[in-house]
Design a protein around this ligand. Structure first.
Ligand code: ZN
Length: 319
């Protein structure tokens, strides 16, 4: 936290060097994985390069945890080496939290969750700037009853307005699907709404991506206990605050309408996605692609009781 240091300490010759340690890129992740797999018996089938490619946004600690979880999982299954499937399991666990198969859901809850997550996936598939869909599951993990994951194609460092506009609609895809299919709203969308609101507010106040123009409106009171902004008050008038709130609401409302429209226009795909995820519990990107194209999946449940799902893992998780 250089901002809390006395400027006198930051003069040349004292603490004047700043080293920014950002999250590792592809090569960084590969190097980190090589270090952490040194003492672990890894099967020759494991491609560290593939794992590095599938874990954008992971920190060094996340990768260490990933290797550790994979080794534990392999050991639990009495394997002598860690195989690719163990890494897949560990990636899911690190990214999305541990599976909670003991959690009992009613059929109605399962169905609602299936439609909710399918709504996210459908909107993400239909919008060109959203991150690609990687996984759809109704196995409860952590606090979530189900998840839809997106995985960016490469490491991202900047994000465009069109990306965020599409992502906002993806956040609302779950609620839109519930509303259209069941004519009912559920509490399950609360974290989607919270994340969407946070993004829309930042678009308006920090990124200058709205009708209010390229102005920074400081309203954040985050981490005041650590920074030197203690007690820093809002630097704009009540009327501007009113405009900000209106603008945030307008953005969110319009993106919700987009989500509803996409769901309404593709209701059959939504039904097929929900049906498939009810049957298989977890759909990978290929499954989702085929359903969206109108193909049918080969029947039969996938993933045993211990959760040997084969799909990959993503960065952006909509619960
Ligand atoms: Zn959701």
């Amino acid at each position: 936290r250089p901002d809390v240091l006395d400027p006198a300490l930051l003069r040349p010759g004292r603490f004047d060097r700043r080293v920014v340690v950002s999250r590792p890129d592809l090569n960084g992740r590969l190097g980190i994985l090589k270090v952490h797999t040194k003492k672990v018996p890894v099967s020759p089938e494991v491609e560290l390069n593939t794992i590095a490619r599938g874990t954008p946004g992971f920190s060094g600690a996340d990768l260490e945890n990933l290797v550790n979880e994979a080794a534990l999982y392999a050991a639990r299954k009495n394997k002598s080496v860690v195989e690719p499937s163990d890494f897949e399991y560990a990636k899911d666990k690190v990214m999305m939290g541990a599976e909670r198969r003991s959690m009992l859901l009613t059929e109605k809850e399962k169905l609602t969750t299936a439609y909710h997550e399918s709504g996210h996936a459908l909107v993400a598939k239909k919008l060109p700037n959203a991150d690609p869909v990687h996984k759809l599951t109704i196995v409860p993990r952590g606090m979530a009853l189900g998840l839809m994951q997106q995985l960016p194609e490469a490491d991202k460092h900047t994000y465009s307005k069109s990306y965020w506009m599409d992502q906002l609609a993806v956040f609302f895809g779950g609620r839109a699907a519930e509303e259209l299919v069941f004519q009912e709203m559920n509490t399950g969308a609360s974290s989607d709404i919270e994340r969407a609101t946070d993004i829309a507010r930042r678009m308006v106040c920090e990124w200058g991506m709205s009708a209010l123009g390229p102005v920074h409106y400081s309203a954040k009171e985050e981490h005041v206990f650590l920074g030197r902004d203690i007690g820093k008050s809002r630097e704009h008038s009540e009327s501007v605050q009113f405009e900000i709130d209106q603008e945030v609401k307008a953005i969110l409302q319009s993106r919700y309408e987009v989500a509803k429209q996409i769901v309404a226009e593709n209701l059959e795909v939504l039904h097929n996605l929900a049906k498939a995820v009810m049957e298989k519990e977890t759909l990978d990107s290929d499954d989702i692609e085929r359903i969206v194209k109108g193909e049918t999946l080969s029947p039969g449940p996938q993933g045993g009781p211990s959760g040997t799902s084969e799909a990959s893992v993503g960065v952006s998780v909509a619960a």
